[in-house]
Design a protein around this ligand. Sequence first.
Ligand code: PEP
Length: 251
Amino acid sequence: MKKPLMAGNWKMNKTIAESVSFVRMLKTAVSDVKDIEVLICPTFICVNAVYNEVKGSNINVGAQDLFWEEKGSFTGEVSAFMLKDAGCSYVLVGHSERRQHFGEVDKTVNKKVKAALLNDIVPIVCVGETLREREENTTFKVIEKQVKESLPDLSQEEASKLVIAYEPVWAIGTGKTATPQQAQEVHAFIRERYSQLYKDAADNVRILYGGSVKPDNISELMKQPDIDGGLVGGASLEVESFVKLVKHSKN
Ligand code: PEP
């Protein structure tokens, strides 16, 4: 049975003090939550402070990116090995903002996925089409390419451990959410294509939806059979709204 995952992607927001104070409040607010995994992905420099604050609680810590080499002359980069040492159990890979602004491509996503798994960190691999691609009716073609090219050459075990996030680029930070039906359609497609690569893993792999997830749309999204959680930007920056998402409540 898959345990749903609610992940907050803080992007380039919050100081160390703000991050620690947030998770201190979150820890208390979600201490009774057992049926859903909770994850916060702060900036690199806040990861360890956040980890120290949530250690022993039901909150997991993740990073927003990584580099695939373990160590060496790679100025500005952070390895999976270092993230593990700092307390990360998850890492985002191939977020559309990294693809858009920092030249991330499927081939580098695949290297990062392998490095994360090798260091016992669960990669959350992001895929999603742009508005133009959706309007040109190439959504499924784009998603299929991203899934196949970002995720080749894994064992069945690795393939069932990782998490996929479907994030339509046109819905990220725009207030435009995919309808539950639009999201479900793509999630089911991802699972079906993933089963062509990893037959045994496809039923178990968790597929998160991301793109303007808010307390008032989470319940309908989570009712869809192939949506196993959320990857949340804006609504994860306030304790109150993130707690509502974890608890799927509208009030
Ligand atoms: C994201 O950052 O992955 C995201 C989905 O952002 P938002 O929830 O703000 O659309």
